[in-house]
Design a protein. Structure first.
Length: 297
C-alpha cells in the first residue's frame, strides 16, 4: 500500500538553508520534528514553500499549514493557492473556508457575539494618532495596544500610553484594531490551549521578557507547560465550541488573558499557522499524526 504524502507548507522565512530565515524558525524545526516522529514512517512528510509550483504541490495528499509565516503580506494570494489545492483534490488542513474566516481578526467580533468573554476593541479601517488618543478616553485607560487585523507574531503591533502617544507621522494604513492594554499579560502571561481534532491536547503560559509585553520567542518570551485549572480549560473549550464550522479543525490554539474579574478572555483563536508548542505537549506529535492520517483515510 502506498504511503500518503503530506506537505508541511512553509516559507523562505522558516525553511532551513534560506538566507532570509527568521531567528525564531527553530519553531519550524521543532514542529516538523514532532509530527514526523508521531507519524513514525506511516506517511512521507516534506517541508515545502507554499509558493512552490502547483504541479509539485498537487502530488501531495494533504497540505498542512505548518509555517507559511509570510502569508500576512500576501493574504489574497495565499487564500487563492489554498482554493487551488482543494480544487485539485488535495486535503488542506485547516480547510480554506476556515482560513478565510480566521485571516481577518474581525472574527473576534463574531466570537463575542456568540458569547465569548472578549477584550473591548475598536475596529478602525486605518489607525492614526487621533484614533489612539480617542481610544484612551473610550476605554478610560492609560495604555492601549494597536494591531493589524491581518497579522501574526506581533509584527506591526504597537503600544502607546497617554504620556507617550504616537508621533504625528505614525499610522497603520490597513484595517486595524485597538484594545486596552491588560496588565495581566505582564503579571501572569498569556494562556495558550492547544487542540487537535477538537480535543484538548496541552496547555502553557507564555511570558514576556522583562520590560516587554510581547510573549513571542522572537522578542525573548518564554513558555511554561501548565495543567490548566478546570475553569480555564472550560473557557477555552467554550471558544472552540463557538467556531462556526460543522467539524472541528485539525489544529487550533486558543490564546487567552485574564481579566480583572478573574475570567479568561479570548485574545486569538489561531487556526491558520500557529506554533503549537510541541515541547510542552508530550503526546502532541502522535495526536497530530493520528489526526492527519485520519484525514487522508
Amino acid at each position: 500500500m502506498t504511503k500518503p504524502k503530506i506537505a508541511f507548507l512553509a516559507c523562505p522565512d522558516t525553511l532551513p538553508g534560506s538566507p532570509s530565515r527568521r531567528p525564531d524558525a527553530f519553531e519550524h524545526d521543532l514542529l516538523l520534528g514532532a509530527i514526523r516522529a508521531g507519524l513514525d514512517g506511516r506517511a512521507d512528510l516534506h517541508a515545502i514553500d507554499w509558493r512552490a509550483p502547483m504541479d509539485q504541490l498537487t502530488t501531495y495528499d494533504l497540505a498542512y499549514l505548518g509555517t507559511p509565516w509570510d502569508y500576512t503580506e500576501a493574504k489574497d494570494e495565499f487564500l487563492e493557492r489554498l482554493d487551488m489545492l482543494e480544487a485539485a483534490g488535495v486535503i488542506v488542513a485547516n480547510p480554506a473556508p476556515v482560513i478565510r474566516w480566521n485571516s481577518d481578526k474581525l472574527y473576534l467580533r463574531d466570537l463575542e457575539q456568540c458569547g465569548a468573554v472578549s477584550i473591548p476593541t475598536l475596529w478602525p479601517q486605518s489607525a492614526g494618532p487621533d484614533d489612539v488618543v480617542a481610544a484612551f478616553d473610550h476605554f478610560d485607560c492609560d495604555r492601549v495596544v494597536v494591531k493589524r487585523r491581518v497579522g501574526a507574531g506581533a509584527i506591526g503591533q504597537d503600544s502607546f500610553t497617554r504620556a507617550a502617544p504616537p508621533p504625528a507621522d505614525w499610522r497603520i494604513d490597513q484595517p486595524a484594531m485597538i484594545q486596552p492594554f491588560l496588565p495581566a499579560i505582564q503579571r501572569e502571561g498569556e494562556h495558550s490551549f492547544i487542540f487537535v481534532s477538537g480535543q484538548f491536547s496541552h496547555g502553557l503560559i507564555k511570558r514576556a521578557a522583562l520590560g516587554d509585553y510581547r510573549i513571542q520567542s522572537l522578542y525573548g518570551g518564554i513558555e511554561v507547560a501548565v495543567d490548566p485549572a478546570p475553569a480555564d480549560r472550560q473557557a477555552a473549550e467554550a471558544v472552540m465550541a463557538m467556531l462556526p464550522f460543522a467539524a472541528p479543525p485539525l489544529y487550533a490554539r486558543i490564546d487567552m488573558v485574564r481579566l480583572d474579574s478573574g475570567e479568561l478572555a479570548v485574545i486569538e483563536a489561531e487556526l491558520i499557522e500557529p506554533y503549537l508548542y510541541p515541547l510542552q505537549g508530550a503526546e502532541f506529535g502522535v495526536k497530530m499524526a493520528e489526526g492527519m492520517l485520519g484525514l487522508v483515510g
